[in-house]
Design a protein around this ligand. Sequence first.
Ligand SMILES: [Zn+2]
Length: 286
Amino acid sequence: MERAAKTLLFLYKIVIMIDTHAHLMDQSFDSDRGRVIRDAFHAGLQTIVTIASNFSDSDSGAILSRDYPGLYYTIGLHPHEADSWHADTSRQSMKNRIKSALAVGEIGLDYFYHFSDPTIQKQVFLEQFQLAMEFNKPVVIHCREAFSDLRSLLGEWKNAPHRGVIHCFTGTIDDAEYFLNLGYFLGFGGMLTFSRSDHIRTAAGFCPLDRLLPETDCPYLSPIPLRGTRNEPAHIIHVYRALAKLKHTHHSVLCEAMRNNFNKCFSPSQPATACFPIAPDSSPLN
Ligand SMILES: [Zn+2]
């Protein structure tokens, strides 16, 4: 292989990115889901976690993950849908599906939209959190304008092996410190690029590099300069650029750190490593 081509391939290999929070089962991807995933892998992603909002998402995610190595899925009921939890059947439905899922999520509390009653949100969160503990799964937690209640709930489990991420983190530095001390990672996405998100940048700046996770939360929260368009995993490059700037670090250093964080947080069966993501070649540098 030509020296220049070898160098290019080497550079490509060390800047492999990940998207730890994508909603690929969203209906906005119905017409071109496969293309979106392939575009992401060609854009330099090796790992994507498609996050479930309900059990149907989880079942579809399981099917999709069989077609794409590096694509993982979660199981869980979003706080917006907490009212649809059935005391008799939902727990067993989750138990039947949980083993092959990467994580439990997204679960949590959302007091901004109030789509579900807060008391029910707390109950359903705890049910799912306990299942995650029982099956030794990490959790993907959504929290919007409910940090005080989330801290109280998790605080009652101080001795539990907390593993997971507070995704799309919007809390204060005090909140960040609390969740970091419990053992959580903090997820940051397109909001890092918004002009009015100084508090998010402050929190990301405060969070140690080895406790950060990058995410798109697609199809939502498209980063600048793509605001107003459907977000996709391939757009994670703008999140990486914002993080690299905040952390005064090189893109390749950030890429390696994020892969390590992903492996630590989620312990996937196939760790994210700096390897060629499409059409594997056993020794492309030789
Ligand atoms: Zn989400």
